[in-house]
Design a protein around this ligand. Sequence first.
Ligand SMILES: [Zn+2]
Length: 256
Amino acid sequence: MTFKSTRTSFIIIISLVVLLRVFSGISLMWLLLPGAAFLLALIYGSANIQANFFAPALCCANSTEKQIALSFDDGPNQEYTPQVLSTLAQYGALATFFVIGKNIQGNEGILQRIDAEGHSIGNHTYTHSFFIDFKSVRGFKNELTQTTACIFKVIGKRVKLFRPPYGVTTPHLVKASQALNYTIVGWNIRSFDTIANSAQTIVQRVQSQIKPGAIILFHDTSDKTIQALKQTLDFAKHNGYKVVTVEQLLKINAYE
Ligand SMILES: [Zn+2]
């Protein structure tokens, strides 16, 4: 189910209702049902990055190789990103950090460390504002360009990977990212670490879903995530999973 196929079905159904109205005199109230269904499809498609509704997002690797990718959104964070990096180093694991542009100032050293230790960096917009999904194409282009410029200033690399805030895709966001040649990266395991009550809840949710090719969403913004990360890395190690960057997992380039 994509936006285009849903829109086509909607137009066909609406036309049928109108024809039936003309020839059989049915009530126009019949328009409400397809209208509501179309609206629900739009909401579902926007909110679920894995649905690939508006645009293809890479959410996992189609592979039987025992590899998984951990991703950390919303940094760089002065307190937690260094702890995530040290934990990853202890296990010889790599990860991908989708950073917020406005968080870079003052945390340039952390961004350099992420890069120097072999992890990948991606774009997670400049403001990550709560109302970001109401932005125009130009607004999204500014968010993306500004963040990529901030990252480039620090590590000298132009990022290509883009993760939409909250995993929400809109037609404007997709148009902007396609015009600027970004690759949209989602996930297929959401840890819900920002709302979980404890590290244990996060660990259970993640471990029960781990499979070859998985991309896991974490946030480098809390203690719970650090605890859950250690246990997830232990689990991966004991079960023979290699922990790699999104770029390695999907065999794509993170930079231009
Ligand atoms: Zn985010």
